[in-house]
Design a protein. Sequence first.
Length: 98
Amino acid sequence: MGYISIEMFQTAPLQVPIPGGPELIIILLVLVLLFGANKIPKLARSTGQAMGEFQKGRQELNEELEEMKEGPDSDDSSTSSTASEDTDEAETESSTSE
């Protein structure tokens, strides 16, 4: 009776109910009262544009991740050879200054 069991701390996953018809009407009325009938189309338009930008950014990120999975590109090999050349130049400069 004095012991605490693990089952006490386990919770069920959150289940958020989807609003039905009457709830949606109330939400729309509140939006009209808050923003006015003239601003709702502008608000919807800007929300749609923001969602489009988000989708575009997500798609670009997925494309970059797919490119990284495929392996090194020719661009990566040229930058690594440039980095090794810079290292060689730095080593030669340090040996000549001694």
